[in-house]
Design a binder for this molecule. Structure first.
Ligand code: BES
Ligand code: ZN
Ligand code: ZN
Length: 510
């Protein structure tokens, strides 16, 4: 989708629709709407539609200009909820609902006045006009995303929105223009991640992810290496191989390296994404209820690819690498079994108790390989790792754990600034007790207690102590059963923006 700037004094604004935001039960409107009501929008000031509008979250009203008015044809009012409860997520969702309404009405170039984003009541330093513009645009564009690639009968699908007009009464300046480009880049990443995650597992196979990664690498000049299963095995990734054995779909470890000129020798930030394209549970077979949703088990890999799309589009000058261990987890005749023991890339041996705890298995070899190959400045893995993280934190919040408190806190703050919520869980050494094995260096699961922590504790064994590392468990946040505005039902693309922001902002001082 395009973004077009329209620069003109207010009395010359022309648009099929203009979006303004309204707080619930507020005594006064935000300055952008106030200004509009004073002159060009006098017709709206006297309309009963205005006091009728409550400003509740997800509330949208369309108010039509009198027929004689040639400039702005419609005003779309979008509710933000109470001002005292404002957080950046509310703006994303309000913008999404407003733009969807425009699309439903067939308006293909709706406008948002930049002044509609002024005067928001937030104290945080991240609440600048730039960040509000970025959130508003990201919400508007990501909220319009639909996955229709596999539908042949599209007659009831409303037409697409061509572009968003950013309406301004003065030249916006380079920072605002860059902000709009940034929002476009991250939405491209989110859309990619959502499409990959919502697509069925017979389409998005490990091979499909490898092809997608190759296309991105070719588009932006990233180095790429696609390691097939035979090579991964001979390199020592015995635990990744164990998971892949039960599937007849070829498995791959995909390695991306973005090393712009001058950064080739820098230790990179490495993102590692769980790429289980379908998780049956293997021999520890999952129950059939909602099993179709296990196509989402590659959401971590998808969010890493999404972050690379955004990195490529913005031309970030920093070395960032990505490792995506991709396979199905199937109960085939050659499948790994509970009780089996395998040797990992790190040399440590692992006893399999549950073949359904496969995510940590593919990640442990990827983490050890990343550490060995890249000597990273930072490693962040992202995975739909445990149902236990959903039990602990619900569906909208991801767990963050790691070997460095400052890093965990930074990720929490970065996430909060863009509306992705992370909550820390502890990783004390005593948790390792649960993973002690009688026959190998460790088991892959403990009992049912502290499941999200134990998953991370397992991964921690494969991360050299000197490398700052964080683990993001997005099992709840990768998927939504309800339309939030920003994210329609299905895959959310959660994590793309946090990874992209880590790549942009991490200073190494945590
Ligand atoms: N892919 C699942 C976790 C998951 C659950 C992702 C729900 C998305 C939504 C993972 O591989 C898994 O099965 N984990 C087990 C771990 C257990 C065997 C220790 C789980 O959560 O039950
Ligand atoms: Zn599993
Ligand atoms: Zn899984």
């Amino acid at each position: 989708m395009q973004i077009e700037w329209r620069i003109a004094p207010r009395n010359e604004w022309r648009a099929d629709a203009l979006v303004f935001f309204v707080f619930e039960k507020s005594n006064e409107y935000l300055p952008g709407l106030r200004g509009f009501l004073e002159d060009v929008g006098k017709w709206l000031a006297v309309s009963a539609a205005l006091p009728d509008f409550q400003g509740k979250p997800s509330e949208v009203a369309v108010v039509y200009a009198p027929a004689c008015d040639a400039g702005v044809q419609r005003v779309i009012l979008a509710g933000l909820g109470p001002a005292e409860k404002f957080e950046i997520e509310k703006l994303k969702n309000a913008a999404a609902f407003a733009l969807r309404k425009c699309r439903d009405m067939g308006i293909n170039k709706p406008g948002i006045p930049v002044s509609a984003l002024e005067g928001f009541p937030c104290e945080s330093s991240s609440c600048t006009i730039e960040s509000l513009l970025r959130e508003g645009l990201t919400g508007a564009m990501a909220g319009l995303h639909r996955f229709n690639a596999m539908k042949t009968k599209n007659s009831d699908v409303p037409q697409s929105t061509e572009s968003i007009l950013l309406v301004c009464d003065a030249e916006p300046g380079p920072v605002l223009r860059e902000t709009a480009a940034l929002a476009q880049a991250e939405v491209a990443g989110i859309v990619l991640a959502r499409d990959l995650t919502i697509s069925p597992a017979n389409r998005v196979t490990p091979g499909f992810i490898a092809e997608t990664a190759s296309e991105i690498a070719a588009k932006y000049g990233f180095q790429i290496e696609i390691i097939d299963l035979d090579s991964a095995r001979s390199m020592g990734m015995g635990v990744f191989d164990a998971v892949a054995k039960g599937s007849s779909e070829p498995a791959f470890v995909i390695v991306l390296d973005h090393a712009p000129p001058g950064t080739e020798n820098d230790p990179p930030i490495v993102f590692i994404g769980k790429g289980i394209t379908f998780d049956t549970g293997g021999i520890s077979l999952k129950p059939r209820d909602k099993l179709e949703e296990m196509k989402q088990d590659m959401a971590g890999a998808a969010s890493v690819l999404g972050a690379f799309e955004a990195i490529g589009r913005t031309g970030l000058v920093r070395r960032v690498a990505g490792i995506l261990p991709c396979t199905e987890n199937m109960p085939g005749g050659r499948a790994y079994k509970p009780g089996d023991v395998f040797r990992s890339y790190s040399g440590q041996t692992v006893e399999i108790i549950s073949t359904d705890a496969e995510g940590r298995l593919v990640l442990c070899d990827a983490l050890a390989y990343a550490a060995d190959r890249f000597k990273p400045a930072l490693m962040v893995d992202i995975a739909t790792l445990t149902g236990a993280s959903i039990i602990a934190l619900g569906r909208d919040v991801a767990a963050v754990l790691g070997n460095c408190e400052g890093l965990v806190r930074s990720i929490q703050q970065i996430g909060a600034s863009i509306g992705e919520r992370f909550w820390p869980l502890p990783l004390w050494d005593s948790y390792f007790e649960a993973l002690k094995s009688d026959v190998a260096d460790m088991k892959n699961v403990g009992d049912r207690s502290a499941g999200a922590i134990i998953g991370a504790m397992f991964l921690k064994q494969f991360v050299p102590k000197e490398i700052p590392w964080a683990h993001l468990d997005i099992a709840g946040a990768a998927w939504t059963d309800k339309d939030t505005g920003f994210s329609p039902k299905g895959a959310t693309g959660f994590g793309v923006r946090t990874l992209f922001e880590i790549a942009r902002r991490w200073t190494g001082k945590d």
